[in-house]
Design a binder for this molecule. Structure first.
Ligand code: UDP
Ligand code: MN
Length: 399
């Protein structure tokens, strides 16, 4: 024990020096927090356990210098160890935590005003050009992390300190090349989910290849990933460009219905036009998503996959539900059509046979490869390479 105590300040110094050579802001932030945690663990545990942590710290830092994307994974390993050691401490606090959180969270405040740069805002007044542009907005991912102190690495939240959360939610965001939207999205979503007293993780499923965007494959892959480690009871598939304008909008699942969370969007004057089937944000229980075999993998480019999902849902005993309260309001960020996401000319053909295909096209035919998993403080980033389904290859090869 005594020996370890002498080591601690040196270890700390060593870590800080190594830390400064890491270029990426989020990784530096992640490492800073981890270093503090490790030192605390070493202090608490004494020499024997401390030695194990010490070795991992050094490995982590060495690998981090060589290949800094590995840092998320390694920090994750350390987190497992620290979590195990801390369970004794948690037992002491268990009594306090045993009570379930109330059905309506006392932390809710109602409307959320979304601060948004005019060039991204469908509601901005064209005439008002006199306003100076917003400075330092939206916050960077590092700034978002600093704002939410209770997050764990990977953008997960273990619920409030004083009660047990009623639901464990995986929020899945398909993503490519929308950094600006992601910064807004993360800044607002953590606030909403924490006010609702949920346990949750944010998983950003990023397509890293340059093929046409394949939202279905990304969402399916994130669903599979989420189920590997944690028992989530609710999966919310969420566009990166929509943000809730009221914290009373339930981010929850119902075993009776697939729940379309975001039917009313400012871009469409908050009127649901029936074309928006499950887009924006939609919540499935694990069972509901499994029964429909997930999304189709076969829609490449813009359009079709959401309508296809509607066909899938309608062919099961579940229906889609929407709330009608007038506080169900979402803001959508202005965007042009994305370079890598041209309108899919085959979407209508595919949709005609959606029902026949659902049994063999979806979760059970998923062949996407995961290139990397990076755990930022604000979210878990899955880096994915999509695959070309047989049907798509056939269409491409047609004379
Ligand atoms: N998306 C993305 N990059 C792209 C295309 C789509 O990140 O190049 C994601 C993003 O989360 C977006 C969602 O897919 O919210 C739906 O795509 P898009 O916004 O083009 O569809 P819309 O619903 O606006 O027609
Ligand atoms: Mn959009």
């Amino acid at each position: 024990m005594g020996l370890m105590m002498i080591f601690v300040p040196y270890l700390f110094q060593y870590c800080l020096v190594k830390r400064s050579t890491i270029q990426n802001d989020y990784k530096r932030e992640c490492l800073s927090r981890k270093i503090k945690e490790w030192v605390q663990v070493i202090r608490k545990q004494g020499f024997v356990d401390g030695a194990q942590v010490f070795k991992i710290v050094l490995d982590c830092l060495d690998v981090a210098i060589k290949r800094d994307t590995a840092i998320g994974t390694l920090c994750g390993n350390v987190q497992n160890i620290t979590e195990k050691k801390e369970t004794k401490m948690e037992k002491v606090n268990e009594k306090k935590k045993q009570e379930m959180c109330p059905t309506i969270s006392p932390l809710l405040k109602g409307p959320i005003s979304i601060l948004i740069n005019p060039e991204l805002d469908y509601n901005a007044k064209e005439t008002n050009t006199s306003k100076p542009p917003l400075q330092n907005w939206p916050p960077t991912l590092e700034e978002v992390a600093v704002h939410y102190k209770d997050l764990e690495l990977g953008g997960s939240y273990a619920g409030p300190r004083d009660c047990v959360c009623r639901s464990s939610v995986a929020v899945i965001v398909p993503f490519r090349d929308r950094e600006m939207h992601l910064r807004f999205f993360l800044y607002y979503i953590h606030q909403l989910l924490q006010r609702q007293q949920l346990c949750y993780v944010i998983i950003v499923a990023e397509q890293v290849d340059s093929k046409s965007f394949n939202k279905g494959q990304l969402m399916n892959s994130a669903f599979v990933y989420a189920n590997r480690s944690t028992n989530f009871d609710c999966f919310i598939f969420h566009g990166v460009d929509v943000v809730a304008q009221d914290d009373r909008i339930p981010y929850a699942c119902s075993s009776d219905h697939v729940y379309h969370i975001a039917p009313y969007i400012d871009k469409y004057n908050y009127k649901w036009d029936g074309n928006l089937t499950v887009g924006g944000a939609v919540a499935f229980t694990k069972e509901q998503f499994t029964v429909v075999n997930g999304f189709s993998n076969e829609y490449v480019g813009w359009g079709g996959e959401d309508d296809d999902m509607k066909v899938r849902i309608n062919s099961t005993k579940n229906a889609i539900s929407r709330l009608k309260e007038n506080y169900i309001r979402f803001k959508m960020f202005k965007h042009n059509s994305d370079k890598g996401n041209p309108k899919n000319p085959h979407r209508k053909d595919r949709l005609r046979v959606a029902h026949d295909r659902m049994k063999e096209d979806g979760l059970n035919s998923l062949n996407t490869s995961s290139v990397d998993v990076i755990k930022y403080m604000t979210h878990t980033r899955l880096k994915l390479k999509t695959f070309m389904p047989k049907y798509v290859l056939e269409v491409l090869n047609r004379p």
